[in-house]
Design a protein around this ligand. Sequence first.
Ligand code: SDX
Length: 436
Amino acid sequence: MKLADHKATLSFSNGAPSMELPVYAGTIGPDVIDIRKLYGQTGMFTYDPGFLSTASCQSAITYIDGDKGELLYRGYPIEQIATQCDYLDTCYLLLNGDLPNEGERNDFHKLILNHTMVNEQMQFFLRGFRRDAHPMAVLTGLIGALSAFYHDSTDINNPEHRRIAAIRLIAKMPTLVSMAYKYGVGQPYMYPRNELSYAGNFLRMMFGTPCEDYVVNPVLERALDRIFILHADHEQNASTSTVRLCGSSGTNPFAAIAAGVACLWGPAHGGANEACLNMLEDIQASGGIAKVGEFMNQVKDKNSGVKLMGFGHRVYKNYDPRAKMMQETCNEVLSELGLENDPLFKLAKELEKIALEDDYFVQRKLYPNVDFYSGIVQRAIGIPVNLFTGIFALARTVGWIAQLNEMIGDPEYKIGRPRQLFTGSPRRDVPTLIKR
Ligand code: SDX
């Protein structure tokens, strides 16, 4: 970042001395006002619950222009990455800052595909869960538990440890997610096959069984790889900020990523794809497209607490570019599977059409986000609804790691420790029991 050619002056109407604050400019996007000296000089904090106007860090990884509906991974538009690269190329890009050349690409693919097995002991963790445990509960446990196995890559301040942990996490997430799934359906775990692609391997571990050979469908393989790409990173969203804050204490990478998984689970964040599909199924069950008008009235009624899941975004005030690509992928998969008339897809398109013409949504700049179509395509591939967020976590692991590594690699980083506006009781003495 560089000093902008202007400063910010903060003045107070109560006669307190004003102060100048430096303004920094990034390569693109909003400038920032550096308030690090504010408390020291004024004894005051800034106040920004939800961080709507707060840049928590400087980063060179992902950039979103919410007004344009633009998403760049290391400067490359998501539309180009999703059509010209695969997920492992995207991982290399997010981790290293640029796309791999052919040699780097082959080495990285081989490195990942040869670290896909997990320690045999991991399966005994699963036995402790109920078979009907939500896969995100299982994954939060399994990923945190990885720190119990890799003592040679838990020192977050050691760049070599961070590199090895990154490879292990990216390589093993598909194995862990498919194990969580197989445990829930009571089928045997499938060992990874190193000759398959990253997405193909995951499909086989999910839907293959020891009883017969599994043939990867190239259309589904490509669709899943694209789903991974679209979910790989997204600036300082809630789960990425969780990973950064957790990692800032110096904890190991596996624990920090487990914290990200836990945060992603929420329906306002990564859990929205599961919530969106459940919403579509509920509308379908209560009458389908004929009931959309009634449902939309509920959404617009503040007291109902009903939201149109898969719509709206803190940053995008235009169409989420990932939603557009997800809709395309949806079309491809549904026609490959002969499901062009999938009622939920038709319902989703009708909901989107109505919402984009409705003043409530137009005024609030609410558009479909990445979660609106992702559930429909995952369901068509055969992924159960309660595993959608697990797929999101699998894909986002590389983003979390890249952001964590960027923070730890920044010599200026400190442990994150926000302050507060205290509104509780001033000092008082404990009354004796008889006086309470
Ligand atoms: C992800 O941050 C990221 O980058 C996240 C993510 C990533 O890749 O990491 O992009 C992934 O989490 C996508 C978002 C998935 N969540 C959902 O689809 C859940 C539904 N969406 C909403 O919960 C909401 O839109 C959020 C949480 C996504 C954004 O919330 P904000 O920015 O805090 O916006 P807001 O709640 O203040 O909404 C502004 C207005 C409010 O109405 P008013 O008070 O102004 O009258 O819009 C309304 C909201 O009630 N609104 C909605 C709505 N989303 C916002 N009304 C109906 N349905 C919705 N979905």
